[in-house]
Design a protein around this ligand. Structure first.
Ligand SMILES: *Cc1c(COP(=O)(O)O)cnc(C)c1O
Length: 482
């Protein structure tokens, strides 16, 4: 017993080093704030793309018994982490689907981490769970779901798509030998994470019907109806249609209303991946383009895209909340005190996760502190910037510009008078990347290499789009006259 007491006396002061005192906290808070503020002050002049560098951190600073100072740590972050590669905090980020990083979200994360509220089960933190439910309800209202809908805040769209596919699978009670007889309908432009979700959900044996698209890369609804009809006549059991409300490549919105009618007629689950495009429902001008989404069975929507939050915020919404529960219910003796009743389901009843961060706070705080108006204005601004870019580039000689944007993505390429266009545009994007002030990405459409503009960052304004136009034109002419 004395040994134990001695050992406890030795360990306690060391273990207590995990808790900085109030003086240390204020010093460290200040250091971290200064580091972040310095970044935000310099952000307008920082490059959006800085290739190479980084990756030395682990060599210089192994995890060991002794601590490093905050100065050392911040210096390592500044040197090896925070200023290399793509700068996702920059308004010059016009590639892939840009993320956000709205400041109040960071304060929400700070508070969520300090209080460490456990938002998985109502019993543990009724307030945190209710706050998240109010956000799910708000997004449900936004897409037009009825009161029986349920959902969950996830780490992103990929997990949300997986949860939607799993809910659809269990609602259809699909298993075993039925799989090869149960086709899934989607287009080539569906995000790759849906393919992944289908495999992870054990549905790899389901035949996949790749439905043709129109010239704007939207699902051809007539071809969808014909494909389902043909399958039914041949004895197949169509069960899932996956549509996109804003494809990642081209920002195209499938004809959701018509697809909803087809899904209802054939009794199939209708899943909409609106990870990128969903929050454009906040824009009066774009809202009608997403009409029909209210008739879907499940929707994926990413607050870390259209709501400008930092990475780590996706959401799944399911019209019939019971099917989300059916796919994710659990039972465990050690959880007996925390079990929710059927009417009052908690996140742990609706998702694969048990322990999870209090994700709602980083979304709630910006919505509370900014109100909706600036979000709506920013989304309207992004739509207009894409139109503006499309218009401007179409008016310049030598450019082949893709379809008028449904949302905020534009595809384009320069057509050189001589030589291979794909190779030319690869050199062109390299020149933009070498410059680094704005960042765009590329894709392949119908076998052709094209460049993309994706405007979704809350810090992207006319200035960044004008700079891109200027750089594109300058380098296209320079490269053609070499
Ligand atoms: C980004 C995106 C995804 C994947 O979401 P993550 O949040 O990156 O996991 C899925 N679908 C679409 C349409 C997307 O744009």
């Amino acid at each position: 017993m004395q040994d134990i007491e001695q050992e406890l006396a030795r360990l306690e002061p060391i273990a207590r080093q995990l808790e900085p005192d109030s003086r240390q906290r204020s010093i460290h808070n200040q250091q971290v704030m200064d580091y972040a503020n310095d970044f935000l002050q310099r952000l307008p002049d920082l490059k959006t793309f800085q290739p190479d560098g980084g990756a030395n951190l682990l060599q210089g600073m192994p995890v060991g018994e002794q601590p490093y100072s905050m100065e050392q740590v911040l210096e390592a972050l500044a040197g090896d982490v925070d200023y290399d590669g793509i700068n996702p905090a920059s308004g010059g980020h016009l590639g892939y689907i840009p993320g956000g990083g709205q400041y109040y979200a960071a304060l929400g994360d700070y508070l969520a981490d300090v209080f460490n509220r456990y938002a998985g089960v109502s019993y543990a933190s009724p307030g945190a769970v209710n706050l998240e439910k109010s956000l799910i309800r708000w997004m449900g209202d936004l897409v037009g779901y009825p009161a029986g809908a349920a959902g969950d805040l996830t780490s992103g769209g990929s997990i949300a798509n997986l949860m939607g596919v799993v809910a659809a699978r269990d609602a259809a009670e699909l298993r075993g030998s039925q799989l090869e007889n149960s086709p899934i309908y989607l287009t080539e432009q569906v995000h790759h994470c849906v393919d992944k979700a289908i495999r992870i959900a054990g549905l790899g044996e389901c035949p996949r019907r790749i439905i043709p698209m129109d010239a704007g890369y939207r699902m051809d609804a007539e071809a969808l109806a014909a494909s389902i009809q043909k399958d039914k006549s041949a004895g197949y059991r169509p069960w899932l249609i996956v549509a996109s409300a804003g494809t990642t490549d081209t920002g195209s919105v499938d004809p959701l209303q018509t697809i909803a009618d087809i899904a209802a007629f054939h009794g199939t689950w209708f899943h909409v991946d609106a990870a990128y495009g969903g929050f454009f429902m906040l824009s009066e001008t774009a809202r009608s383009a997403l009409d029909g989404i209210q008739h879907s069975d499940s929707v994926v929507i990413d607050p870390h895209k259209g709501l400008f939050l930092p990475y780590g915020s996706g959401a799944i919404l399911v019209r019939d909340g019971a099917s989300l529960h059916k796919a994710h219910y659990y039972d465990a003796h050690y959880m007996q005190d925390a079990k929710s009743n059927q009417q009052d389901l908690s996140p742990a009843d609706l998702s694969p996760e048990l322990s999870r961060p209090f994700r709602g706070l980083r979304m709630w705080l910006p919505l509370m502190l900014c109100g909706l108006a600036p979000f709506r204005a920013a989304l309207d601004e992004k739509l207009l910037l894409a139109k503006y870019f499309h218009h401007k580039l179409s008016a310049l000689p030598g450019w082949e510009v893709g379809p008028e944007p449904d949302l905020s993505v534009v595809t384009y390429r320069y057509l050189p008078k001589t030589g291979d266009a794909d190779e030319f545009n690869q050199r062109l994007i390299k020149a933009i990347h070498d410059d680094g002030r704005v960042f765009v990405s590329s894709t392949v459409l119908n076998g052709t290499f094209v460049l993309r503009l994706a405007v979704l960052h809350f810090r992207s304004h006319r200035q960044q789009v004008d700079l891109l136009l200027e750089l594109l034109n300058f380098h296209a002419i320079r490269l053609s006259t070499r």
